[in-house]
Unconditional design. Structure first.
Length: 351
């Protein structure tokens, strides 16, 4: 699975902002944009309201919105970060027993969804794969890329597997079968955070917004021009470019790819996308996958799962789950686009 996807967000943010302004506008609509840093990546917020809307008639209200979002993201980070030594997740990872460990309801929900996607994808998505990701040098701690031995991979695989963790909601708790189990939620937590920020906007009756965290996006309503939000899917190369522009209507979008974090050795390319079932980088031709869904958390995890599965099995999973999915596949003479039947419906949506 993909350990970090913050590299994808840069092009997406640039493209989004190309349609928008970075300051409040005069005219029929008021527009506000602000950004920040969370969960080892950047976030970008866009809000549009009518000029006389009560949400924008006071700088204090705008300041409160910004502070509320900052507080919300700090809370989620403290629950699910592997970088914070005292986060809920870090404490669970360091717990050397195999009984139930109390966590927040939010953490329990994210882990439960992780297990759900693991089951649907036959283990292609697995939040326990982090030790093997670290072994290859792709983890959060800066280390040299290296090709581990099969013996080293086999040794760590004893502690990898979604069936080795359990979750319950009453009371919210998680447990692991072995003390050495280590969970990393970076392949799903950003999507969850996007959903929570969107839920906050819904609760205060803001009906036109865009939320983006590390490349995972959720939109509602329309942009400042009165059109549906126009979102660009990046071309999977090291150079900036847009492969496809789509109109999103009250949906979430998550993209995973293997083209910005890899190393080459002896003429072979090693992707940071690790297949939890083999403990080795993927070697198929799928360069990028974009998933559309109501839940950004679900889209986030499914994008990773499909990316691991590849262009054929990943496509089959998308069709089976009736997911709108856009695949970009490396061909002999350039990229090949492949879309699921549900994604074809997305392409029919107009501004």
């Amino acid at each position: 699975m993909i350990y970090k996807k913050k590299y994808l967000s840069v092009i997406l943010i640039i493209f989004i902002i190309s349609f928008l302004s970075c300051s409040r506008k005069k005219g029929l609509n008021n527009f506000i944009s602000f950004s920040g840093y969370t969960m080892d990546t950047f976030y970008n917020i866009e809000i549009v309201c009518h000029r006389n809307s009560k949400e924008f008639n006071s700088e204090l209200k705008i300041k409160k919105i910004k502070q509320d979002i900052s507080d919300l993201l700090l809370k989620i980070n403290h629950q699910m970060s592997t970088f914070e030594p005292d986060s809920e997740l870090s404490c669970f990872n360091n717990y050397n027993k195999v009984d139930w460990f109390p966590v927040s309801l939010d953490s329990a929900k994210v882990i439960a969804q992780s297990i759900n996607v693991s089951k649907k994808s036959n283990g292609a998505f697995d939040v326990t794969v982090a030790p093997i990701v670290n072994l290859w040098g792709f983890g959060p701690k800066k280390s040299e890329y290296k090709i581990p031995t099969d013996e080293a991979i086999k040794e760590l695989k004893k502690y990898v597997g979604y069936k080795k963790i359990s979750v319950r909601f009453s009371p919210p708790s998680v447990k692991k079968k072995m003390p050495e189990i280590f969970c990393d939620l970076s392949g799903i937590a950003k999507g969850f955070a996007v959903d929570r920020v969107a839920k906050y906007f819904d609760s205060i009756d803001i009906i036109n917004y865009l939320v983006e965290i590390g490349g995972e996006i959720k939109v509602r309503g329309k942009n400042k021009d009165g059109d549906l939000w126009q979102i660009g899917i990046a071309t999977p190369t090291n150079k900036p470019g847009i492969q496809k522009i789509i109109s999103l209507k009250n949906e979430s979008m998550a993209t995973s790819g293997d083209y910005r974090n890899y190393f080459e050795q002896n003429g072979f390319r090693y992707s940071h996308t690790i297949d939890p079932r083999t403990g080795k980088p993927i070697s198929h031709k799928l360069a990028s996958v974009t998933v559309i869904h109501n839940s950004c958390m679900y889209a986030d995890a499914m994008a990773t799962a499909i990316d691991v599965l590849g262009p054929d099995k990943g496509y089959d999973l998308a069709v089976r789950e009736k997911l709108p999915v856009f695949l970009i596949i490396r061909g002999k003479h350039g990229f090949i686009e492949k879309v699921s039947p549900e994604f074809e419906k997305i392409l029919l949506i107009k501004k």
